[in-house]
Design a protein around this ligand. Structure first.
Ligand code: PMT
Length: 225
């Protein structure tokens, strides 16, 4: 039986993709399945935490015993996080949030015929950065864990991202690989922090094993604080 190392802790987790509407039937999104974040939510719940799972459209059922909050867009995810973060002891943000959204959402379905065979151009505007919001609004005693989806220079980009977004721990994965990361059953990660130069490399294994290891790591950080 997993020891209840997170008993009494309130933990916020974000998972899955966001969907940014183009028109009533189309959206911009990404390949996140939600598996990584759902596995983290399940591990935290098993360890006794009270878990709020804010998730985009994933198509898999949330783990039993967690409070699921279903959202679609990055703006909706930010609104849910703004409610939950001030009441949380820790947050793990594994969602693949769309960096941009269409500047305007067409009220009716876009018609191909209306383009007259011409190229179509969409203007995109930047979405809010939810992890950076949490980092900027972190209170003493709160722990913040971010993820980084990188395709090159993992350590360098991860180190910069951890500093920029104000997280205690940052989990970096190589999303250029098919056997880990997006929509895979397994992952292989580098965990940066909490110290400035602290780096651990975890071998490729199932996402539920990574999740368990990560929650043990977070519990140890919280116990020593
Ligand atoms: O869902 P799965 O199929 O299991 O795949 C898991 C995963 C690959 C999605 C996951 O392991 C992962 O890497 N999640 C982070 C994806 C991501 O958006 O990374 P990023 O490097 O673009 O963003 C860095 C961090 O900022 C992330 O914690 C992200 O949640 C956050 N972010 C990014 C943009 C934004 N506008 N707001 C954010 O909060």
């Amino acid at each position: 039986l997993t020891p209840q190392r997170l008993a009494g802790r309130r933990i916020l987790i974000t998972a899955g993709p966001t969907r940014e509407a183009v028109d009533p039937v189309r959206f911009i999104s990404n390949r996140s399945s939600g598996r990584m974040g759902f596995a983290i939510a399940a591990a935290a719940q098993r360890m006794g935490a009270q878990v709020t799972l804010v998730h985009g459209p994933c198509g898999i059922p949330p783990p039993r015993g967690v409070l699921p909050v279903a959202v679609e867009s990055a703006e909706q995810m930010l609104a849910a996080v703004q409610v939950a973060w001030p009441q949380s002891d820790a947050a793990i943000m594994s969602a693949a949030v769309s960096d941009y959204r269409p500047l305007q959402v067409a009220p009716q379905k876009l018609k191909k015929e209306a383009q007259g065979g011409q190229q179509i151009q969409w203007s995109l505007t930047e979405n809010p950065d939810i992890l950076a919001y949490a980092g900027a609004n972190k209170q003493p005693g709160q722990w913040l864990v971010g993820f980084a989806a990188e395709t090159e220079k993992l350590l360098q980009h991860g180190t910069e991202k951890r500093r920029r977004k104000g997280c205690d721990l940052l989990v970096v994965n190589d999303v250029s690989r098919q056997d880990i990361g997006f929509d895979a059953t397994h992952n292989e990660v580098m965990v940066l922090g909490p110290g400035e130069d602290a780096v651990e490399s975890w071998a490729r294994c199932r996402k539920d094993e990574i999740a368990q290891q990560l929650m043990e790591r977070l519990a140890a950080c919280m116990e020593t604080a």
